[in-house]
Design a protein. Structure first.
Length: 298
């Protein structure tokens, strides 16, 4: 039953990817190094086999990455032969396009928007495929498979196109873009079960390991050179893993002893908080994600 369900989701995602290849001139796949984007690459390989993935991968580099993520990204690109484009938040800061935040709450997560839009414009990308899922966060639940963006890369959640009978409308005016989400209907559990079924390699950071962390308002953050701790925040060495991967300044770990895919699936089944519940940056306001998406964020 599980395999049948996952095959339906797989076929849907592959159909969407092939629609993108057919309707757009310069598509690209947004790649963060997280499990969802890794699954997206795997699906793209299946969709266009025996050929190579016909569009580049785009990684928006905040400069505040987990080492495990970059190592995995580079090995995946080498294995697949995919073209990698890297957009740099540091370059946007150096150019004066965005201002670096300072202090203990500083993060570059929100600064990715400018780097993303600049990269899409530079390479004339008209459709950016992403691994967003509707179960992740309330703003993402409002997205269609084909999500229209205006000439400024902005999103209007109240002005979206109907998608009836798996028919996707990619018509656009000059300068407009689309974000496309082939795994919209997947859940976190679906992703993990699919990874297990397909035996897809993932970064070691997803499995339980010993790590230096500190607690900030209920979120276990990695002790790294990018974060300034408050005086009362004490570093502890604990067994943790990450349910989601993002900027190292705002992505929280969970206490866990899940050291295998079977353990992770069991843990996710028992979880009472979404994976983005440990994304510290999402807690800045009730509409933090939606505000960033309206401005052009992934």
């Amino acid at each position: 039953m599980v395999k049948s369900h996952l095959k339906v989701l797989e076929n849907e995602a592959i159909h969407v990817m092939r629609e993108v290849a057919a309707q757009f001139e310069r598509p690209a796949l947004l790649f963060s190094g997280g499990k969802d984007s890794i699954v997206m690459v795997h699906l793209a390989e299946k969709a266009f086999y025996p050929g190579k993935i016909p569009f580049p991968l785009i990684h928006i580099d905040t400069g505040h990455n987990f080492d495990e993520t970059i190592t995995f990204r580079d090995s995946l690109v080498e294995r697949t032969g995919a073209r990698l484009i890297v957009g740099s938040v540091q370059e946007a800061i150096d150019a004066g396009k965005v201002q670096e935040e300072i202090g203990p709450e500083a993060s570059r997560n929100g600064l990715q928007t400018v780097a993303l839009l600049d990269t899409l414009k530079k390479y004339q990308i008209d459709a950016a495929l992403g691994g967003g899922r509707r179960d992740e966060e309330k703003a993402r639940a409002k997205e269609r498979f084909f999500s229209h963006r205006d000439i400024y890369g902005q999103w209007d959640p109240k002005n979206q196109r109907p998608e009836l009978w798996s028919i996707y409308n990619g018509r656009k005016n000059t300068g407009e873009q689309f974000r496309v989400f082939p795994i919209s209907n997947w859940t976190e559990m679906d992703v993990w079960q699919y990874i297990a079924m397909e035996n897809i390699p993932i970064p070691s950071i997803y499995f339980a390991h010993k790590r230096r962390v500190f607690n900030r308002r209920g979120t276990w953050l990695d002790d790294n050179d990018f974060i300034t701790r408050y005086p009362d925040e004490k570093v502890e060495e604990l067994i943790v893993r990450f349910r989601t991967i993002g900027d190292a300044t705002c992505t929280g770990a969970v206490l866990s002893d899940a050291s295998s895919l079977t353990d992770i699936i069991q843990e996710v089944a028992a979880a009472r908080e979404t994976e983005r519940g440990n994304r510290h940056d999402d807690k800045r306001s009730e509409t933090a994600m939606e505000d960033r998406k309206k401005a052009g964020y992934f």
